[in-house]
Design a protein around this ligand. Sequence first.
Ligand code: PLP
Length: 275
Amino acid sequence: MRAGKGRKIKFVGLAHGETSSGIVQRIEDYRKVADELGALLVVDAVATLAGIPLNVAKQGIDICFSGSQKAISAPPGMAPITVNTRVEEAMQARKEPVRSWYFDLTSAMNYWGKERLYHHTPPITLIYAMREALRAVLEEGLEARWERHARNQQALIAGVEAMGLELFVSNAADRLVTVTAINIPAGIEDGKVRRQLLDEFNIEIAGGLGPIKGKIWRVGLMGYSCQETNILLFLAALEKTLHDQGFRLPAGAGVAAAIQNYQHSAQPVAVGARK
Ligand SMILES: Cc1ncc(COP(=O)(O)O)c(C=O)c1O
């Protein structure tokens, strides 16, 4: 299959977890499209790596990149990236040199490889921080970490729904575990609620972007911050804030529903708790 004007499509790309909407994409559907096109599959796993199941090799991802600051919970500033041999071959077969020094993966690979040809000065402190964060990920276990994220989101959803609020993503299977989008109830001012949550409870949630600005809140559950204590605190804080803004809701219903949800799921473990 060819793009307009007879040009071949080389890449199919997607954001695995769409932070802007709280939607998770099915990588396998995009793999099929890429195969039909004879194209490489590029996956942005910034919001998903170490938070929800992802298997680069099994899912047939040719290029996968992420960020250090989300579910890995290292400081921002690094972007882990992996490419497979198909991509290496495509890069080596380039007729034109890469125009951007910064984005030239062929040079970066010569730097990482045996030749050690200079490409950039390594951010040593970030590399140490990343190593420590990955050690914590492995100590917890990737699968246990995925489960922790899922369990905490289930409790959050139970709490939010018990408060009479609705989720932006109606189909449960499409919901991104690491970002929960909540519809802002009619008559409630987005900015005021987020300001009060921050000022009074030191909790920061995000608003909507573009056409859904003012219509949704986005609650991130990523890595270290994805903990039972934070869920319960957030639900209590949201209830108090909404109440102050004039939204009438059943007292304590959100926290009660979340506690009940935790009781029905496996025993939650606080991150960093001694075993
Ligand atoms: C899905 C996704 N991709 C890419 C980015 C950009 O990451 P960075 O801010 O590290 O450049 C973000 C940031 O929030 C994101 O959520």
